[in-house]
Write a protein that binds this ligand. Structure first.
Ligand SMILES: [Cu+2]
Length: 276
């Protein structure tokens, strides 16, 4: 039995018992969640202690008559100000910058792998543009739930090298990934805990999300000591009776492996279908 090597995790990740990190921005998110927990713990102990103090200090046997002057100390005012300050720091120092980076600082498409992910009851369809980096035409009329769930028009020259997959997303490591998320029917949600991404898929909208996966599936298998480890896409919105089985898998590969996979799939999928 090979002992899994100890990989230094983010201290907050360990403390909170979060899933392992496999994206570049995940540590920042865990830090923020960690600080919120610490702050809430301080508040909980502080207010809880104050409540217990009041129960004892102002019990009836000790304080039989009401005091009409009330509290004269300023302590509560200062502690309220301190709480508001810490909340401001959490919001403006952590939450807003992180959100701005996730939403506004999209990497240019030329430097990223762009995948169109279309959710449906109860599966994840992925569509890659292939080496030409141009997505082929899609048409509702060509849509076939089994043979062509995305309605891709293979007669379009841009579509020849396109690759589509079902419930399997392949990504290269250390490269920005832009996912253009859509839904065919109801609201679904694309969540991969290790990448610290979760985004609702809304019918009628294309919502982009991006991240940089930085641990390959193979590396994660060594780190976890689990030879069957897989990054799992969980649908994080209750989307119907089959919601529980709406899961997909992400395989993070080295750049070479990914290139090879893409070429093989391109050849296989563009070959004329012998059954048609
Ligand atoms: Cu779903």
């Amino acid at each position: 039995m090979v002992e899994a090597p100890k990989v230094a995790e983010n201290i907050m990740t360990e403390w909170l018992g979060m899933p392992r990190l496999a994206s570049t921005h995940g540590g920042q998110l865990d830090n923020m969640i960690g600080w919120v927990h610490i702050f809430m713990l301080v508040l909980f102990v502080g207010w809880g202690g104050f409540f217990a103090y009041c129960l004892i200090r102002f019990r009836r046997s000790r304080q039989p008559v009401a005091n009409y002057t009330g509290v004269t100390s300023q302590a509560s005012k200062y502690s309220e100000i301190a709480v508001a300050l810490v909340e401001t720091v959490l919001l403006f120092g952590f939450a807003i910058p992180l959100w701005a980076a996730r939403v506004d600082d999209m990497p240019p498409e030329s430097e990223a792998v762009v995948v169109r992910v279309t959710a449906e009851q109860f599966a994840w369809n992925a569509h890659y543009a292939g080496p030409d980096r141009v997505f082929g035409r899609t048409d509702l009329k060509l849509l076939d739930p089994q043979a062509n769930p995305l309605g891709l028009d293979r007669s379009d020259p841009a579509a020849v090298d396109d690759v589509t997959t079902l419930n399997q997303i392949y990504l290269p490591v250390d490269k920005p990934v832009i996912i253009r998320l859509r839904s065919k029917d109801v609201i679904h949600s694309f969540g991969v805990p290790e990448f610290r991404v979760k985004q609702d898929a809304i019918p009628g909208l294309t919502i982009p999300l991006w991240f940089v996966p930085n641990v390959t599936t193979a590396d994660m298998r060594t780190r976890t000591g689990n030879p069957e480890f897989q990054y799992e896409i969980a649908c994080a919105q209750l989307c119907g009776l089959g919601h529980y089985r709406m899961r997909g898998f992400v395989t993070v590969q080295t750049a070479d492996e990914f290139q090879k996979w893409m070429e093989e799939q391109g050849k296989e999928q563009s070959a004329p279908d012998p059954f048609r």
